[in-house]
Design a protein around this ligand. Structure first.
Ligand SMILES: Cc1ncc(COP(=O)(O)O)c(C=O)c1O
Length: 414
């Protein structure tokens, strides 16, 4: 494609782009895991309006756009309140990956300051940790030490602690892990970090805006936030269960002393033209995404999030019970939220996946440590669960009768 000689009229462009989207999948109706997080048209409208209103705002310039600076500060304050971070500070990044990269950068630089003897820094993370920690290790010159899970897919705390050496500058845990949707045993894991003053990051990209509300609703959940001694940083994705626009995640530090290692600060005398100080990896940052996050959080308030989480937990528990009732299928572990996986003890679950794909469902497959089918469900997915289960029952019967077989071997879930 080459740049058009003459510009194309806006109406024509819009029509063309709509047609270009014809091949995109129906991510909501077909229950795709982790693609988008529908929470109702009203929430979407609030996010879209705020995004458009602040479309041209560049959050790199807080003195030119104090509105963006205030949105960011207040999003972080509201999040700190949810995570029990009385002294917590932080920033809004572009997503979970950037937040986790920042946690690694911050831990590396903190170790450089407090343990300068470490020259070959390592991150210790369970095998269930998100690939962004591997990415961070590659980008920032650290070694990722990945520790094995138990046969049940849980963190093997003894193996995890055994992997911590003099070179460890960061220990990682997930709330919840994407394998089973269960919160890692964070108090136990972090105890060693506290003892050795090693940075400890909780990846709550998925649970950050969901688990505080399951706890308030009375569901039992392992402690994972700043109440746990030793936790130094937490990532929580606004654009997941915060239900805000794409391009927003919160990365919080326990206190300003930890946060300063996240900040890039470059100024005189090395840069005589002035200071270039950024709290995240990006330079220019979309004000729209930050404004949308602020707007949705204020629009929903505690009552709104509680209502959405309550509704989701009720339908999810029912969804899981109904999967368990289907002969040969089992939901893995005891999921803490709407992220879960099911497998089969009697048939190849990838054959089930193939049958569901043929019926138009967007299927996420896990390979390690279990072959499984994976879900990450939002409030807006509820109306499509009955249709899914009806197809699932039929597909399972066909697989059991040998009429559908597996296709492919690998996982497609990231
Ligand atoms: C646990 C966890 N951490 C981090 C991420 C990365 O988030 P993003 O895709 O927003 O970069 C994900 C994405 O699903 C995740 O599940």
């Amino acid at each position: 494609m080459r740049l058009d000689q003459q510009g194309v009229p806006a109406a024509e462009l819009r029509e063309t782009m709509r047609r270009m989207a014809d091949g995109d999948r129906q991510w909501k109706e077909r229950l795709a895991a982790g693609v988008s997080y529908p929470a109702g048209d009203d929430v979407l409208e609030v996010a879209q309006q705020a995004y458009l209103d602040f479309f041209s705002v560049n959050a790199l310039y807080p003195s030119i756009f104090p509105s963006a600076a205030r949105f960011e500060r207040e999003v972080i304050e509201m999040t700190a309140g949810l995570l029990h971070g009385d002294d917590a500070v932080g920033a809004v990044s572009s997503g979970g990956t950037e937040s986790n990269l920042l946690a690694v950068k911050s831990a590396r630089d903190r170790a450089r300051a407090i343990r300068p003897e470490v020259t070959a820094p390592e991150i210790v993370a369970p095998a269930s940790a998100h690939p962004s920690f591997r990415k961070a290790a590659d980008y920032f010159g650290l070694t990722l030490v990945s520790t094995p899970l138990t046969a049940d897919g849980l963190v093997d705390v003894a193996a995890y602690h055994a992997a911590v050496t003099e070179n460890t500058v960061l220990m990682v845990a997930s709330a919840p892990s994407t394998v089973l949707g269960m919160v890692d045993p964070i108090p136990e894991m972090a105890s060693l970090a506290e003892k050795r003053d090693v940075s400890f990051h909780v990846d709550a990209c998925v649970g950050g805006y969901f688990l505080p509300f399951t706890e308030k609703l009375g569901y039992e959940v392992t402690k994972w936030d700043f109440r746990v001694p030793g936790v130094t940083t937490i990532s929580a994705d606004l654009h997941k269960f915060g239900y805000t626009a794409k391009g927003a995640s919160a990365i919080l530090s326990r206190d300003p002393d930890v946060f300063r290692y996240q900040v890039f600060d470059f100024g005189p005398p090395e840069r005589p033209q002035g200071y270039y100080v950024t709290p995240t990896i990006a330079g220019s940052r979309p004000g729209g995404a930050i404004a949308a996050a602020w707007a949705v959080m204020r629009y929903l308030g505690e009552e709104g999030y509680l209502r959405l989480v309550d509704g989701t937990m009720r339908y999810i528990r029912n969804f899981q019970d109904r999967i368990n009732e289907i002969e040969g299928l089992t939901v893995l572990g005891k999921p803490d939220m709407s992220l879960f996986a099911y497998t089969s003890t009697t048939m190849d679950v990838y054959a089930v996946a193939a049958g569901m794909e043929d019926r138009g469902w967007i299927v996420s497959k896990d390979a390690v440590p279990f072959k499984a089918i994976h879900f990450m469900q939002s409030p807006g997915h509820e109306p499509f669960v009955d249709a899914y289960l009806s197809d699932l029952e039929q597909v399972v019967e066909l697989v059991a009768a040998g009429k559908i077989t597996a296709r492919g071997t690998g996982a497609n879930y990231t």
